[in-house]
Design a protein around this ligand. Structure first.
Ligand code: HEM
Ligand code: SF4
Ligand code: SF4
Length: 509
């Protein structure tokens, strides 16, 4: 039942180690790497709030824009100045968490199969966020704005879409008119609306998306930004003058990193680079891979009671309900949307008809993973448990994406790895203890707050604590059940926790 998913790339192992260190410093609840997407939303809202303030005082016009930003920055430094700096640093923060989020999803391999949707919409978000951000640098009409505007127009002039060159409008102060300022001001307010719309699309196929970081993490980020704002406030770099080419200006590398390339490459080459990288990124989900996607979940109508538990637990909105089609007395039936299913098996763990306390040998659940039918899981467990010897006989249930539980096998330990720990119906725990009389059940999977399938760890904890359907029935003895969350970088800790569990079991006897 174990798969090659346990073999991790170098980057994956390094990431797990690094996140292990962050877990020690912040705890799994506040590890910023577990909240990169949510931090993206957080920075976005800080940008919107600070931007709204700046808009109240910003004036559009060739003679008005620069002085109005200077007024905000210097005359109102205690609020306007802070807002301006906060606006910039939150924008930079958005790029940092976005890039880390992208790299993390890539390294963890969470961009293939049904996840292509979040990935591709993520790539579109990069373009929108850059469009909004670069537009922002035009607004103060200082020397940096002049550099960013003129370079952008020259860059765009390469595209055969404008009848007259855009850069001509910036040939001198006299040619430039106020319409330009109205346009950039309007587009700087409009782009974020598109960003918000695409953020909504980005998480459309994700159930219970985490869009808010923990409060303490958000407050910490805000305080860190405020310290930065006070230590290094954002200032303009002198009024723009189209008669003089700006020199020695400091650029914002988070947004404008591609601009220095325009000095050494042609506009066409820079377009080829950014469009090429974007296309390559966008097509990554379809590149060949060694890790084969296992078949998606399938509903067996005969055994589906229409209870909706699979719908509630699926992390990817991949199960929907529709009116009953087979004349049975239930109102509804479950249907899997194959394009959305990531083959985690969490729905199988949720389905009441997965219970092993069923009499048929080859029983079928309402929803099944074709790669591991529930009756095969029951039979394999029975075969494995029959082989156990000695004291403190334990069955370990693990996850194909976390620490490899096969390594824990011994005379007294059976190990079964599932596509996600949460594929395990809690009734299997009770069944192993009562019907097979094992001394203990040990459950493991990805690190806390870092389930590969997003919600598996949480659902398992809640089901075992009888806080979520299907619940572990209270008859099961809690001291004979242990949960321990471990990634493939935590194999040693996992082995020692299992040993400590077995020692505790020996004491019970
Ligand atoms: C600043 C922009 C972005 C924000 C605010 C953002 C936010 C989020 C959020 C909140 C989630 C759901 C996380 C969860 O609850 O598990 C998510 C998922 C995801 N994001 Fe982003 N995202 C952004 C950009 C990107 C980019 C640029 C990419 C990659 C090109 C990307 C790829 C993904 C993928 C693949 C998932 C799905 C992960 C899974 O299926 O488990 N995102 N994003
Ligand atoms: S296996 Fe089940 S829970 Fe997982 S994505 Fe597919 S339908 Fe949803
Ligand atoms: S959990 Fe099982 S019984 Fe309930 S709706 Fe889903 S497939 Fe049907």
């Amino acid at each position: 039942m174990a798969t090659s998913n346990h073999t991790k790339s170098f980057a994956h192992r390094m990431l797990l180690r690094f996140e292990g260190i962050l877990n020690k410093i912040f705890g799994t609840d506040l590890n910023p790497f577990y909240y990169l997407g949510a931090l993206g939303f957080f920075f976005f809202w800080v940008i919107v709030a600070s931007g709204a303030y700046l808009y109240a005082f910003y004036k559009t016009g060739i003679e008005l824009s620069y002085p109005s930003v200077e007024y905000i920055t210097n005359e109102q430094w205690y609020l306007g100045g802070i807002m301006r700096s906060l606006h910039r640093y939150a924008s930079d923060g958005l790029v940092v968490v976005m890039v880390l989020h992208l790299l993390r999803e890539f390294i963890l391999g969470r961009y293939r199969g049904a996840r292509w949707f979040a990935w591709v919409t993520g790539v579109l978000l990069i373009w929108l966020i850059y469009a909004a951000g670069i537009n922002g640098f035009f607004m103060p009409w200082d020397k940096l704005a002049q550099y960013a505007t003129v370079s952008t127009m020259e860059w765009f002039d390469w595209l055969p879409i404008f009848s007259s060159p855009l850069s001509q409008s910036f040939a001198s102060q006299e040619v430039l008119n106020d319409r330009f300022f109205s346009l950039i001001s309007f587009s700087h307010a409009t782009f974020p609306l598109f960003v918000l719309f695409f953020l909504w699309i980005h998480i459309l196929r994700i159930s219970y998306p985490v869009v808010n970081p923990r409060r303490r993490l958000a407050v910490g980020m805000l305080l860190a930004m405020l310290v930065l704002v006070l230590v290094k406030p954002v200032l303009s770099q002198g009024a723009a003058d189209l008669g003089v080419e700006p020199r020695n200006i400091g650029i914002d590398w988070f947004y404008l990193f591609v601009y220095p390339l325009l000095d050494i490459w042609t506009a066409g080459q820079v377009w080829a680079l950014v469009v090429g990288i974007s296309l390559l990124l966008g097509m990554l989900p379809w590149f060949p891979t060694r890790n084969k996607q296992i078949p998606v979940a399938e509903v067996n109508l005969k055994d589906c009671g229409g209870c909706r538990l699979c719908v509630a637990d699926c992390p990817y909105e991949a199960v929907v309900m529709r009116p009953r089609s087979d004349g049975m007395r239930f109102m509804e039936e479950a249907v899997v949307v194959p394009d959305r299913c990531v083959s985690c098996g969490i729905c199988v763990g949720a389905c009441p008809s997965s219970t092993p306390f069923r009499s048929e040998d080859n029983y079928v659940s309402g929803i099944e993973m074709p790669s591991l039918p529930i009756s095969v899981l029951r039979n394999t467990m029975a075969t494995e448990l029959a082989k156990l010897e000695g004291e403190a006989r334990v069955v370990v249930f693990g996850c194909d994406h976390a620490a490899n539980v096969e390594k824990l096998r011994s005379d007294g330990v059976a190990a079964l790895s599932l596509p996600c720990t949460s594929m395990l119906p809690p009734s299997f725990v009770e069944y192993a203890l009562r019907e097979h009389r094992v001394d203990g059940v040990f459950i493991t999977g990805c690190r806390e707050n870092d389930c590969y399938h997003r919600l598996g760890g949480l659902w398992t904890e809640q089901r075992l604590a009888a806080k979520r359907e299907p619940r572990l029935r209270s008859r099961a003895e809690s001291e004979r059940i242990r949960q321990f969350w471990a990634s493939s970088a935590d194999s040693k800790e996992l082995a020692s926790e299992l040993e400590s569990f077995r020692s505790d079991l020996r004491r019970l006897e």
